[in-house]
Ligand binder design. Structure first.
Ligand code: ADP
Length: 307
């Protein structure tokens, strides 16, 4: 195989209680990439559509992630990449992660799958380091594995993959305001109280148990963030109203997607997810902020080959 065309999904990181350790992959929303082998060594980005992003491979997360992989392999040739962005950069639904994960997944395929998916996560994290200054795995892991990912440990990297309960549907609204990931990290406190810690790890355990047992009520009760959301939500106009209206419309839970400004709701069933979308839209129509909205099942496969 000399060339591959792939779909790399958007992802929701943190999922309320799991800052930097939980993420899930979306279906239908994601970037497309074409990656081909070249005899000339190195990584080249030949085309980017949909977004204005650097084509210099050292400044693009796809290039940086692919180069991290190539450093660990003996392959003497190189790769060319086209990136067709469907996910807006800085949206909070893993735009940089889709490119970084897609690049390493495609390169690994073209090399005959020498690396495990866990190893690919580590290479893709180098792309995340470029995008946000922190090599977090909670977007790239679900993009690569599909379903939900729990980063049990960063050192050594240990990731637990959890299948999504079948009726779970995500609604994501992206208000078109700019929040830099670096800014939304800067405002966070570096210390938490024991009291908040106890509530938070109770919820992480509850969410994971709810996913395994397909207990939607437990999932809903656990989708609470005592640490990050109270601080970050201040940066997102309309957040409190979107959240209360989404819960009124039947969402199991609602929170900030990644570092924002996107807000996600998780619902049991498509009808509820659509009702949540209507409530979310009403808030931004009233405030007068343009938005994109996505309603998506959870993607159990992660990255896929397109014909
Ligand atoms: P998101 O919030 O959607 O996850 P990030 O904030 O993680 O997005 O990443 C966006 C940052 O990464 C921007 O500064 C963007 O210029 C940079 N970047 C570099 N390469 C890419 C790429 N291929 N796709 C998206 N963002 C990229």
């Amino acid at each position: 195989m000399e060339e591959i065309r792939i779909f790399s999904p958007a992802t929701i990181a943190n999922i309320s209680c799991g800052f930097d350790v939980l993420g899930l992959a979306l279906d239908g929303v994601g970037d497309e990439m074409v990656v081909r082998k070249t005899s000339e060594p190195g990584v080249k980005i030949t085309k980017i559509t949909g977004q204005d992003l650097p084509t210099d491979a050292h400044l693009n997360v796809a290039g940086v992630a692919a180069m991290a992989l190539l450093q660990a392999h003996t392959y003497q040739g190189g790769f060319e990449m086209e990136i067709h962005k469907k996910i807006k950069a800085g949206s909070g639904i893993g735009s940089s992660a889709a490119s970084a994960a897609g690049a390493v997944w495609a390169v690994n395929r073209l090399l005959g799958i020498p690396f495990t998916t866990l190893e690919l996560v580590a290479f893709a994290m180098e792309g995340e380091r470029l995008a946000s200054g922190v090599a977090h795995a909670d977007n790239v892991a679900p993009a690569l594995f599909g379903g939900f990912s729990l980063v049990r440990s960063y050192d050594p990297l240990d990731i637990v993959n959890i299948s999504a309960p079948p009726a779970l549907v995500a609604t994501v609204i992206h208000p078109q305001i700019e929040i830099k990931t670096s800014d939304s990290r800067k405002i966070l406190k570096t210390k938490i109280s024991l009291e908040d810690g106890i509530k938070q790890w109770g919820n992480v355990g509850g969410l994971v148990a709810g996913l395994y047992t397909q207990d939607y009520g437990l999932i809903g009760r656990s989708l609470v963030d005592h640490i990050v959301e109270p601080i970050r939500s201040i940066l997102i106009p309309g957040f409190d109203e979107v959240k209360s209206k989404s819960l009124d419309a039947g969402a199991l839970g609602c929170g900030i997607s990644g570092s924002g400004p996107s807000i996600f709701g998780l619902s049991k069933g498509m009808d509820t997810a659509k009702a949540v979308a209507i409530s979310m839209k009403e808030v931004y129509q009233k405030i007068g902020i343009p938005y994109d909205i996505h309603i998506s099942k959870i993607n159990s496969d992660g990255i896929k080959i397109l014909n």
